[in-house]
Design a protein around this ligand. Structure first.
Ligand SMILES: [Zn+2]
Length: 209
C-alpha cells in the first residue's frame, strides 16, 4: 500500500467534500493532527475509523486503500488483467510439463533398450532369474513413465479438432485409448462428433499455440 498516495487521495476527497482538516477530525472524534499525518503519508487511518472516514468521504475501503477512485470499468479491467496473468501462468506450467515429458521419453527409451539388452545377455550367460528381473524392471519402469506421460498429456493444455477447430480437454480414458502420432491423438470431437487426429495445444484461445 502506498501511504503517500493514500494520503493525497484523502486530502483530495476531503476538499471535494468541502471539509477542513479540523472539520473532518471533529466528525471522526480525532485530532486534526491525525488527519494531517494521514494526508502527509506519515500514517494510515486506524482500522476502527476507516469505515466512518469512507462514509464521510463517500468512497469505499477498496478505493481508500488503493488511493484512487476505482470505477466499474476499472474493476472490470483489473479483474481481466488478473485473469490473463493467471492463465499465462497456467500455460507456462503446461509448456514446462510437456517439455519434462519429452525429456523423460528421450531418457527412458535408451535406458529401457539398454536394460532389455543387458537382461538378454545376462539370461544368455546363464543367470536367468537376474536377466528376467532386469527385463521385468525395464517394462515396469516404462509402464510407470507411460502413465505419468499420459497424465501430463491429459492435464496440460487442450486438444484441437481439425474439423471444427474447437479446443477441449478430453476424458482420461479417451487419451489412454487413442492411437497417437507425436502429441496428436486420434479422438472423437465432443463438439462436432467427427473422428480425427487432434493436435495438442497449450492455449484455450483459437489461433494460438
Ligand atoms: Zn470438432
Amino acid at each position: 500500500m502506498d501511504q503517500v498516495k493514500i494520503g493525497k487521495f484523502i486530502a483530495e476527497c476531503r476538499k471535494e467534500k468541502g471539509f477542513t482538516q479540523a472539520a473532518l477530525a471533529e466528525k471522526l472524534g480525532i485530532t486534526d493532527r491525525a488527519v494531517s499525518k494521514w494526508e502527509n503519508g506519515k500514517s494510515l487511518p486506524d482500522a476502527s475509523i476507516m469505515l466512518e472516514l469512507c462514509k464521510l468521504l463517500e468512497i469505499d475501503v477498496n478505493e481508500l486503500l488503493t488511493g484512487e477512485h476505482v470505477t466499474m470499468e476499472n474493476y472490470k479491467n483489473k479483474a481481466e488483467a488478473n485473469l490473463l496473468e493467471m492463465s499465462a501462468k497456467v500455460e507456462q506450467k503446461d509448456k514446462l510439463l510437456l517439455k519434462v515429458e519429452k525429456i523423460m521419453i528421450a531418457v527412458a527409451i535408451p535406458f529401457y533398450a539398454a536394460m532389455i539388452i543387458i537382461g538378454a545377455y545376462v539370461c544368455k550367460g546363464g543367470n536367468i532369474p537376474l536377466g528376467i528381473a532386469l527385463i521385468v524392471m525395464a517394462v515396469a519402469l516404462v509402464a510407470v513413465l507411460a502413465c505419468i506421460g499420459l497424465r501430463i498429456e491429459h492435464d496440460a493444455g487442450y486438444y484441437e479438432c481439425p474439423n471444427c477447430g474447437e479446443r477441449y480437454v478430453p476424458t482420461m480414458k479417451a487419451v489412454v485409448m487413442a492411437p497417437h502420432m507425436g502429441t496428436s491423438r486420434k479422438m472423437v470431437c465432443p463438439y462436432c462428433g467427427k473422428k480425427g487426429y487432434h493436435k495438442k495445444v497449450i492455449s484455450k484461445n483459437k489461433g494460438e499455440n
